[in-house]
Design a protein around this ligand. Sequence first.
Ligand code: PMP
Ligand code: GLU
Length: 398
Amino acid sequence: MLSKIAQILKPSPTLALAAKAKELAAQGKDVVSLTVGEPDWPTFKVAANAGIAAIEKGLTKYTAASGIPELKKAVAENTNFLLATNYTAKEVVIGAGAKFLIYAALAMVVDPGDEVLIPSPYWVSYPAMVGLVGATAKIVICSKGENFKLTAPALKASITAKTKMLILCSPSNPTGLVYSKAELHELAQVLLANPQVLILSDDIYCQLIFNGDNVAPHLLQVAPQLKDRLIIINGASKTYSMTGWRLGWALGPEKVMSILGDFISQTTSNASSIAQYAALEALKSGQPELKIALATLTRKMNWCVDQFQSLKLFKVIPPDGAFYLWVDVSGFFGKSIAGTKIQASKDVSQILLDSYFVATVPGVEFGADSYVRLSIAASDSDLQKALLRFKDFENSAI
Ligand code: PMP
Ligand code: GLU
């Protein structure tokens, strides 16, 4: 009954594990969920108020399939401000979340049989979405020694005649590490020498960085000439705490954006009109709340990194941005906890959930089995509880 593609499709593990944690909580278990990557603080006030106003004004009908012109213009202006680019509204498409736009972009530029390069560790949905369009996800393993980042020699060695696209995400989900301008410059040289390779730059965490800059370094800052073969994906979910509103955007060559708009018009139609007006206000006047959210996030992250550094078997890699902690748990491999021998990241996550009621995502889902990923955009009390439980977990390893 099912198509070939349906038969290989698996649900998103981050969303599945978050659902499992909610299920246990509904059964009365005191579960701390550090699974899904979403801020625990509310949607920014300016955005929420604009959403309410949109409903009250009756802005609740179909909009242009690829988004309202005001929002496209604001997205272009915001991106130009952050990256010193020169996008116009014609090079912008609004869609129902960054995730859908990544899929839509793949569907519009990648053919079955093409290879898409995905540096590992990677966000769980990239290989799945490449599979959904019938292309081949070519995973490029990036080692701890290289800070889990793609290097120019590794990129060069991975490109073949079939390579259609490279997906780059900085700050990275799951590591939170950010490519420096120098690292991007080296990658850009390889990309410039291989003009058939398109780039999908997933910038969803680009403003969530801890060094005080307003944006993470970007390929277009070091090689603006890549603009005609680069697609930016971004959105309101993480920056403005709007995960449930489902609002994302893409920027890229007009030809690609135009077909992306057609794809949207034949699939989802416009992203929620209410969410579009909310995001418009967030882009225009969300800066003060973003400053507060970033201070909160930085404080939480510093606290967690400090706490983990007093543990022996969990080893954290302090991130530069996003809201994930990428924790090396290989120190537990070969040891036993609660009668179970630990051999893989899934064992660590399973025991943490079953015996300590802390939900995490095993690294194997991101392509690296020695790690677990924690989302630390949780409440302070949940983080404190989780850390005590990680200590207990470590102390009971034999
Ligand atoms: N890219 C990355 C790396 C992510 O972590 C997420 C989180 N869901 C997304 C894209 C998609 O975000 P959304 O669909 O909520 O806009
Ligand atoms: N991107 C977030 C995460 O990695 C949200 C969940 C998802 O869309 O997979 O947890």
